[in-house]
Design a protein around this ligand. Structure first.
Ligand code: V47
Ligand code: SF4
Length: 359
């Protein structure tokens, strides 16, 4: 049997594939055959349903002490374009979102040199008071770790305080590539991959669900992508706290990552999503983030194992500052049409993947 046939037989028999086998898939040109296997895995888990949610992204500040080489969003305090939203602006956005039918706000920002942990507690409390029906998904593991340093308290305590103030779950950002050698080149100031996993473990133990992302299309090799996913698969075996895996296609403009002008191709995007669906057998959801992929690749990905589309978004900064050509937001109707035209059943979900209604 060829390597591909061996892998295909395993997948058909519901067996886990190894890192070596995932690497062989990355190195193969059998995009359609890989996609078909991924579609089979997804079909078993989710049938024809494709989830989406109605959400709004809010980035309270772009001022960040880390200045990762790939990030076109961040600024140093005082630099042109640096901003910090007033609490009232954050609340106004949340109230607007609630009024427009959103069920979630997604809040992430830079590591601000001066704002204390109390500020973030206040943001959560203010949103909870102003827009009580919204689930607040906020703060990456990188932010949580930063808060623990500036407030000089344990990760456990930071999570406890933020949860008491209204934190409902955490997004999957800051994972980038967890392999240290790559991480040291693309974001040397950021917490290590090991530390990222440790913070997420603690979040899961505290009862928070999180996502996991992977930034790809820069300096990393296929082997790095597989190693990244292997670390996530291991942690998921232990905690079960991950909801979705979200590969983030690198947007190349305005970033200092000079070596990394390659970005991703449509083929690479689809292959990566499909292999993630096959390899991460303990993740329920593979999410296509249309902001980075573009709407068309995101739609095609629904035939390559993806079962979740994020989201209405409304005001996206991180990808667009880096040259993303996708729109700032999609309407709910736009997402429903996109899913329907792919022959799937659109299901609006809440943040914790409870179905709200299907269309
Ligand atoms: O951590 C930064 C990435 C992430 C670029 O959990 C870039 O539901 C591409 O994590 N090109 C933040 N990506 C966004 C994020 C996210 C998005 C949507 C949903 C969820 C979720 C999480 O954006 C950062 C970083 O990995 N990023 N710069 C860039 N130039
Ligand atoms: Fe700061 Fe996050 Fe951008 Fe890195 S990716 S510079 S931590 S905002």
């Amino acid at each position: 049997m060829s390597t591909f046939e061996t892998i295909a037989a395993k997948v058909r028999n519901n067996q886990r594939i190894s890192s070596e086998e995932a690497l062989a898939l990355f190195e193969s040109n059998e995009l359609l055959a890989i996609g078909e296997l991924a579609a089979l895995v997804n079909d078993r888990k989710n049938g024809k349903s494709v989830f989406f949610n109605v959400n709004r992204h809010i980035n309270p500040t772009n001022i960040c002490v880390n200045r990762c080489a790939f990030c076109a969003f961040s600024r140093t305090a005082g630099e042109e374009g640096a901003y910090t939203l007033a609490l009232e602006d954050i609340c106004r956005r949340a109230v607007e979102a609630e009024g427009e039918g959103a069920t979630e706000v997604h809040i992430v920002g830079g590591l601000h040199p001066d704002l204390p942990l109390e500020y973030y507690e206040e943001v959560l409390r203010a949103i909870r008071a102003a827009a009580p029906s919204l689930h607040i998904k906020a703060f990456t593991a990188v932010e949580i770790e930063y808060f623990s340093r500036i407030a000089a308290c344990s990760i456990e305590r930071v999570l406890e305080r933020l949860m008491a103030a209204g934190l409902g779950s955490m997004p999957g950002g800051g994972a980038e590539i967890l392999v240290e050698e790559v991480r040291n080149k693309i974001c040397p100031e950021k917490i290590s991959g090991k530390r990222w996993l440790e913070i997420i473990r603690q979040a899961h133990l505290a009862g928070l669900k999180t996502n996991a992302t992977m930034l790809y299309g820069h300096l990393e090799t296929f082997a790095d992508r597989v190693a990244h996913m292997e670390m996530l698969r291991c942690l998921q075996d232990e905690t079960g706290g991950f909801q979705a895996f979200i590969p983030l296609a690198f947007q190349t403009e305005n970033s200092d990552l000079k070596l990394a002008t390659r970005g991703t191709s449509g083929l690479d995007d689809l292959k990566t999503l499909a292999i993630a669906r096959i390899f991460l057998d303990n993740f329920d959801h593979i999410k296509a983030y249309w902001v980075m992929l573009g709407e068309k690749i995101a739609q095609v990905s629904l035939a390559f194992g993806v079962n979740d589309l994020d989201g209405t978004v409304v005001e996206e900064k991180i990808g667009h500052d880096a040259g993303a050509v996708s729109p700032q937001s999609l309407t709910k109707e736009g997402i429903i049409t996109l899913i329907r035209k792919a022959g799937k059943l659109p299901v609006e979900r809440d943040t914790l993947y409870r179905p709200l209604r299907s269309f």
